[in-house]
Structures are given as structure tokens and as C-alpha cells.
Design a protein around this ligand. Structure first.
Ligand code: CP
Ligand code: NVA
Length: 330
């Protein structure tokens, strides 16, 4: 039987397919309970601290609501306001927080930082996004695909855009682990790193699925069951990269012709936040600077019936709850 008690959740590569399956089933369970209005304070008496060196809406709120629902206390520390990373090292911070809390969430820059926290904390550490990986998002995405399509194995999953970022990396691992055929549809320069591709190819082989990297949009999205994309420039990247990224990724925008080329029942997914209009500060800025009002996805696709992005966002909460319950619960 699967037992994740005491484990950190740093990247999906550390988890077996059976362990991921266990987290998906627990997520479904907790979602059903929440929907039925059943109170389930299984983490009563415990406390979690959530550290954010980068901004967040979904991840932060999922950890906070999840913790409160399960009866647990929760402290938020933002990019400023604590000693971490300035006057105090990660290792010292970890040893202090580990004395006070039962679990620690961290969102920030290099994967090494969250790994170091986990090495010194003495309690489970959950990765809430690093430059390299976004593992809690993966459990939500897999749950959403299974809810919408009724299966994971054999699903044709296509990721378009910056396939070298945390989402491209994580989705390739998630697909390989759970038997989905993964295609990265992107310019060569933004394919995932060769070493990670090789690791995932070996995992995919064991699980009877494939990894494909292509620059050909029509060939890549043919027979797709899921079309997934993410922002063209990620948090922490310098503003100077915008111009080049737009030029590189314009051909890989998810628009109606892409969706029409996929399977008729295909769904559209995005971890969010998404750039699809000019109703945001960044949106206005990009329109002024580059004359572009839609980026990785058109407003038409984002608002279409095929788009499941808000169900996906809700699932962040149910799945993060499952990750906390499995690792620090009884
Ligand atoms: N998808 C996601 O992680 O969103 P936030 O940045 O709002 O947490
Ligand atoms: N690639 C994006 C994901 C946001 C959830 C970023 O890192 O900004």
C-alpha cells in the first residue's frame, strides 16, 4: 500500500505512478467531501507555513483554504517581510521553521532552493513552483484530464509554447509517469533540455507511451485530446526577453485553427494566469509596446466550450489538500 507520510513533494520525478495514482484518488475523495459539505478536519492541531518569493493567486489560496478546511493553522510569508534569503540562509530558515511547523510550502526561483529547504527542515516541504518544476499543478491537471476525458492512459497530450519552462518540464514528466502521449509543439530552442527528455523517454517506455518534440504545428496537434499552453515569459525572467519570445512563439499560439485540427472532443487547458486580452496591466503594456492583444491563446479559445481552465484552477485546491493530508496526516 502507498504511504506518503513524512515525504516532501519537490518534483514528480521523485514519485512512482502508484503514488501519483494514490494522490489523484485522495484528491477525488476530498473533492467529493467538500462538495457534499462534509467537514473533515483531519489536520487539526497542525500548522503549515507557506513561503512565496514570487507572486501567486491559485497556489497561495489553495494552500490557505486547503489548510483551513482541514483544520490546520497557516502562516503566509511573502517576497518581503521575513529574514529568509537576505539575513538568513535557506538552511537556517529551514531549521527554524521545521521546529514550529508540520509542513512548509515554498515558491521561488531555483529548484536547488526548495531541495535545500527540504534537506534541512525535518518536516515535509512542498514545491509551490520553481523555475524548473511546478509539481502541485500536475496533480490538478491530471485530475482535470481524468474528469473530462475519463482516462489518462493513451491520451494524446500536446503542450504548445515555451516547452523549456517549469510547465513544459513538469507536464512531460507527468505524462510519462501516467501513460499519456506527450508532444511538445515549440521552436527547437524552446524544447525541454535533452537530459530531461532522455529521462522521460525511459519512463514513457515503461508506461507504454511516447514523447515527441516537433516544430510542426499541424502535425503536432493532429489527433490531440488535450491542447495545453502557458505564458510565453515566466515569472523571474527579464522583461527584455518579451520581444524575442513573441517572435519565436507567435506561430505556436493556440487559436481556432489549432483547436479545429485537434480531435473534436479535445479540451483546452492552461495553468493560468493567461494572456488572452488587454484587460490587465501587462496586457495593456504589451498592446502598446508590441501591438499584440492576444498571446499564447486567443480570447475565442479561452472562452470556448472546450476550455476547462476554471475547473482546472478549482482542482488546485482539492489536490493541494490531498498532498498536505497524505504527507503530514495520520
Ligand atoms: N497556476 C498557478 O500556479 O497560479 P498562481 O501563480 O496564481 O499560483
Ligand atoms: N511558467 C509560469 C507558470 C505560472 C503558474 C511561470 O513560472 O510564471
Amino acid at each position: 500500500a502507498v504511504n506518503l507520510r513524512g515525504r516532501s513533494f519537490l518534483k514528480l520525478l521523485d514519485f512512482s505512478s502508484a503514488e501519483i495514482r494514490y494522490l489523484l484518488d485522495l484528491s477525488k475523495n476530498l473533492k467529493d467531501l467538500k462538495r457534499a459539505g462534509v467537514v473533515n478536519k483531519t489536520l487539526e492541531g497542525k500548522n503549515a507555513v507557506i513561503l512565496f518569493a514570487k507572486d501567486s493567486t491559485r497556489t497561495r489560496c489553495s494552500f490557505e483554504v486547503g489548510a483551513m478546511d482541514l483544520g490546520m493553522g497557516v502562516t503566509y510569508l511573502g517576497p518581503t517581510g521575513s529574514q529568509m534569503g537576505k539575513k538568513e540562509s535557506i538552511a537556517d530558515t529551514a531549521r527554524v521553521l521545521g521546529r514550529m511547523y508540520d509542513g512548509i510550502e515554498y515558491r521561488g526561483f531555483e529548484q536547488e532552493i526548495v531541495e535545500e529547504l527540504a534537506a534541512h527542515a525535518g518536516v515535509p516541504v512542498w514545491n509551490g513552483l520553481t523555475n524548473e518544476f511546478h509539481p502541485t499543478q500536475m496533480i490538478a491537471d491530471l485530475l482535470t484530464i481524468e474528469e473530462k476525458l475519463g482516462r489518462l492512459k493513451g491520451v494524446n497530450f500536446v503542450y504548445m509554447g515555451d516547452a523549456r519552462n517549469n510547465m513544459g518540464n513538469s507536464l512531460m514528466v507527468a505524462c510519462a509517469k501516467m501513460g499519456l502521449n506527450f508532444t511538445a509543439c515549440a521552436p527547437k530552442e524552446l524544447f525541454p533540455a535533452e537530459e530531461l527528455v532522455a529521462t522521460c523517454e525511459a519512463i514513457a517506455k515503461d508506461n507504454g507511451c511516447t514523447i515527441t518534440l516537433t516544430e510542426d504545428v499541424m502535425a503536432g496537434t493532429k489527433n490531440a485530446d488535450v491542447i495545453y499552453t502557458d505564458v510565453w515569459v515566466s515569472m523571474g525572467e527579464p522583461v527584455e526577453v518579451w520581444e524575442a519570445r513573441i517572435a519565436q512563439l507567435k506561430p505556436f499560439q493556440v487559436n481556432k485553427s489549432v483547436m479545429d485540427n485537434a480531435n473534436p472532443e479535445a479540451i483546452f487547458m492552461h495553468c493560468l494566469p493567461a494572456f488572452h486580452d488587454t484587460k490587465t496591466t501587462t496586457g495593456k503594456e504589451m498592446a502598446e509596446k508590441f501591438g499584440i492583444t492576444e498571446m499564447e491563446v486567443t480570447d475565442e479559445v479561452f472562452e470556448s466550450k472546450q476550455s476547462v481552465v476554471f475547473d482546472e484552477a478549482e482542482n488546485r485546491m482539492h489536490t493541494i489538500k490531498a498532498i498536505m493530508a497524505a504527507t503530514i496526516g495520520q
